[in-house]
Design a protein around this ligand. Sequence first.
Ligand code: DCP
Ligand code: MG
Ligand code: MN
Length: 299
Amino acid sequence: MNKAIIAQIEKLYNYYKTSGDKGRAFGYAKAVRSLKTYDKPIKTGEELDGVPGIGDGIIRKIKEFIADGTIKKFEFIDTDPKVKILQELENVWGLGPKGAQKLTMQKIGLKYYDDFLKKIPRTEVELLLATVKQACLSLYKDIQVEACGSFRRGRLECGDIDVLITRTNGQPIKGIVQQLVEKLEKENFLKERLGDFRYSTTGSEGYMGVCQLGVKDVFRRIDIKAYPYEQYGFALLYFTGSGPFNLKMREEAIKQGYSLSDHSLTPTAPGKKKIDCPKEEDVFKALGMPYKTPKERDI
Ligand code: DCP
Ligand code: MG
Ligand code: MN
């Protein structure tokens, strides 16, 4: 049993190392070392209580393994082809976790290369948006979904689809993007995750990936971002762009002693206060700039 348990914990160590999660990898490495020096046959998880390097979380997993012969939450490690590829790149080709991840991203890029060069007609963006909206509304009633980027600026063709999400009653948005993505993956709409879910310390979260309307349609790049309602004015302004327009607006903010971001207008000089901007218009007003429609921001 000891050998089998060590193999399980080593597997989790390898998984976290490959994922680039140094903290967890360190913890599991410590547990493996500790288990290897444990000289009694392990019969229960309880007996490991107090053994250095083996915390409650790991004991819980060992208990599950002893009882069921498997750890449900980590069964995917053996079957997920992506985990396998990453570990092979690391072990066979001697790439570090970062290098292996980068190479896999490039591979995804190559797989969709031709498709990603094709522009998305507005009408298709509308259909893609409708799919995301439907999934959102099935999760939460108070959710608001909008397409931003070049679509909102009125372009007839877009490079990708940018979806902005918020909850209109001010409820927290944490975890929403992950739930939504998992749902849309089950529906076979989302095809690929380009990187991890990014939770920002400022309260937003995002997904970058690949979607497909129907099995015969072109693969499309999709970005999904969720922001708390109180940041919506800033988020909408930022995510609508264009990139060069955002730069100009930020320069103007700096001139006036503020730092403008996708979530706030914060003073850089003393004596000024943060300015709340529930709407895009409020940001223009706060900076004393005439309002520009999304179309006029297409520079
Ligand atoms: N953005 C930005 N700075 C960046 C990247 C993005 O300000 N470096 C903002 C402005 C963009 C918006 O995010 O308009 C969406 O990014 P996209 O890369 O999707 O750009 P667009 O939607 O404007 O153009 P495209 O049609 O190529 O997707
Ligand atoms: Mg875009
Ligand atoms: Mn985008």
